[in-house]
Design a protein around this ligand. Structure first.
Ligand code: NAG
Ligand code: NAG
Ligand code: NAG
Ligand code: NAG
Ligand code: NAG
Ligand code: NAG
Ligand code: NAG
Length: 345
C-alpha cells in the first residue's frame, strides 16, 4: 500500500499536516560553514569521505546520485521535524525517551552528511545539485512516525544496491563510489534495526532484503513533497506513478486482497506483480474488476507463503496478462500504478 495508506491503516491517528518545515535549517543546512559542519560531524559520529571523487559521471550515475540526494534531503526534513516534535513535547510524541532522542539526533546529522556526500559528488563532476523542497508528512505521533521511517528506509535499502550495480557496469569512473554506497546501505540498515526494534519486531527482518527500483523510490518521496515546492527535482528525469492502494490488510499468510486505482484497467491488460526478498518477481492475475466513477477495484492473490520475505513487499499493477519478469527493473518498466508498500511483520 502507499506510505500514506500504510500509516492510515497502522494507526488511528489523525492526519493533521503541520506547517512544512522550511530550509535552510537553523544550522544553515544545506549550506554549512566550517563551524556548522564540524558540529554536524560531532553529532553524526563521523565525517564525509575524504578520498578522491570522480570528475566525470555518466548520465545514469548523475540521475542515480540526484535521486539519492533528493531522498536524503527528504529524510533530513523528516527527522528534523521528528526531533523537533520530541523536543517540543508535541502531543503524540511523549513516549519517545532520551535514548530515542539521542539516536534520532545522530540520524538527522548522519542524513545531512549523506546529502552533502551525494551533492558533493555531483558538484565535483559539474553536475546539478538537488535543492530541498517543502514536505508534509502523514504522521502525528511517535509510533507511526517510526513505522513510516521503517518503510521509507526499506524502500531506500532496495534501491541503493541497484546504484552499486549501475556504478559497476556503466563504464564510467564511478567504481570508487561502490564501497561508499555500501557503507551507506549498512548505515541505513542500522537505522532500520532501531526502527524495527522500537516496534518490537525482529530487528533483522529477513536474510535478504527486498529489491526495488528508482522509479518506486522517486514515487515514494513524491508523496511527501508539497506540490510545486521543488526548485529543481525535475532534473532527475523520473516520473512518479499514480497510486495503487491496498484496501485490505495483508498478513503473513496466503490471502486475497482488495486493491484500487484511479483509472480503468481490465483483467485482460493488467496484473499484480510483487517484489519480495531477492527472488524473481511474482505475478498474479487480477479478478472481479469493477470500475465505478473512474475508480477501479479488483482482487488479487497475495501468496506470502510462496517464499516472501518478512519486512517490505512491493506490489505494482503492471501491464499485461500474467507477464513474466526477471528483475525489479523489468517490473518498474511495466508498472502502471504503484508501488504498494506492504509491511509484513
Ligand atoms: C510533527 O508533528 C506535527 C504536528 O502533530 C505533524 O503534523 C508532523 O507530521 C510531525 N512530523 C513528524 C516527522 O513526525
Ligand atoms: C556559521 O553558521 C552558523 C549557522 O548559520 C552561524 O550561526 C555562524 O555565525 C556561522 N559562523 C561563521 C563563522 O560564519
Ligand atoms: C560545468 O557546467 C556548466 C553548465 O552546464 C558549463 O557551462 C561549464 O562549462 C561546465 N564546466 C566544466 C569545467 O565542465
Ligand atoms: C483519485 O482521484 C481523485 C479525484 O480526482 C483524487 O481526489 C484522489 O486523490 C485520487 N486518489 C489517488 C490515490 O490518487
Ligand atoms: C485496459 O483495458 C481497459 C478496459 O478495456 C481500458 O479502458 C484501458 O485503457 C486499458 N489500459 C491499458 C493500459 O491498456
Ligand atoms: C501459498 O500460495 C502459493 C502460490 O499460490 C502456493 O504455492 C503455496 O502452496 C501456498 N501455501 C499454502 C500454505 O497455502
Ligand atoms: C527472462 O529470462 C528468460 C531466460 O533467460 C528469457 O528467455 C526472457 O526473455 C527474459 N524475459 C524478460 C522480460 O527479459
Amino acid at each position: 500500500m502507499r506510505l500514506s495508506t500504510f500509516v492510515l491503516a497502522s494507526t488511528a491517528a489523525n492526519l493533521a499536516i503541520a506547517a512544512p518545515l522550511s530550509y535552510p535549517l537553523p544550522n544553515g543546512f544545506p549550506n554549512l560553514n566550517a563551524t556548522a559542519l564540524a558540529e554536524v560531524y560531532k553529532l553524526a559520529g563521523g565525517t564525509l569521505p575524504n578520498g578522491a571523487l570522480p570528475t566525470q559521471l555518466t548520465a545514469g550515475a548523475t540521475q542515480t546520485l540526484q535521486l539519492i540526494a533528493a531522498n536524503e534531503l527528504f529524510e533530513v526534513a523528516y527527522f528534523t521535524e521528528l526531533v523537533n516534535n520530541i523536543t517540543n513535547k508535541v502531543p503524540g510524541y511523549e513516549n519517545a525517551d532520551s535514548y530515542a532522542l539521542k539516536t534520532l539526533t545522530a540520524i538527522v546529522n548522519q542524513e545531512q552528511i549523506h546529502v552533502l556526500a551525494a551533492n558533493g559528488v555531483l558538484a565535483n563532476a559539474n553536475q546539478t545539485n538537488i535543492q530541498p523542497c517543502q514536505y508534509q508528512f502523514p504522521v502525528s505521533d511517535f509510533d507511526s512516525a517510526i513505522a513510516l521511517a521503517e518503510t521509507f528506509t526499506e524502500v531506500v535499502l532496495g534501491v541503493l544496491p541497484l546504484a552499486q550495480m549501475a556504478f559497476g557496469v556503466d563504464g564510467g569512473d564511478e567504481t570508487g563510489l561502490i564501497p561508499v554506497i555500501g557503507s551507506i546501505i549498512g548505515q541505513e540498515a542500522e537505522q532500520n534495526g532501531y526502527y524495527r526494534a522500537f516496534q518490537k519486531k525482529i530487528a533483522s527482518a529477513a536474510p535478504l532484503l527486498t529489491g526495488g527500483a528508482p522509479q518506486f523510490a522517486y514515487t515514494a518521496i513524491s508523496q511527501f513533497i508539497v506540490p510545486g515546492s521543488c526548485p529543481n527535482i525535475d532534473v532527475i528525469g523520473l516520473t512518479a506513478f499514480p497510486a495503487l492502494t491496498v484496501e485490505t490488510t495483508p498478513k503473513a499468510e496466503n490471502s486475497t486482497q482488495l486493491f484500487s486505482v484511479n483509472g480503468t484497467v481490465s483483467a485482460a491488460n493488467a496484473s499484480i506483480a510483487y517484489l519480495s526478498g531477492q527472488n524473481l518477481p511474482v505475478t498474479v492475475p487480477i479478478t472481479n474488476v469493477n470500475t465505478e466513477g473512474g475508480k477501479t477495484y479488483f482482487f488479487a492473490e497475495f501468496p506470502y507463503e510462496a517464499g516472501f520475505a518478512r519486512g517490505l513487499t512491493i506490489g505494482a499493477l503492471v501491464s499485461g496478462s500474467s507477464p513474466t519478469f526477471n528483475s525489479s527493473a523489468d517490473v518498474a518498466t511495466a508498472t502502471l500504478y504503484g508501488p504498494a508498500l506492504i509491511e509484513i511483520d
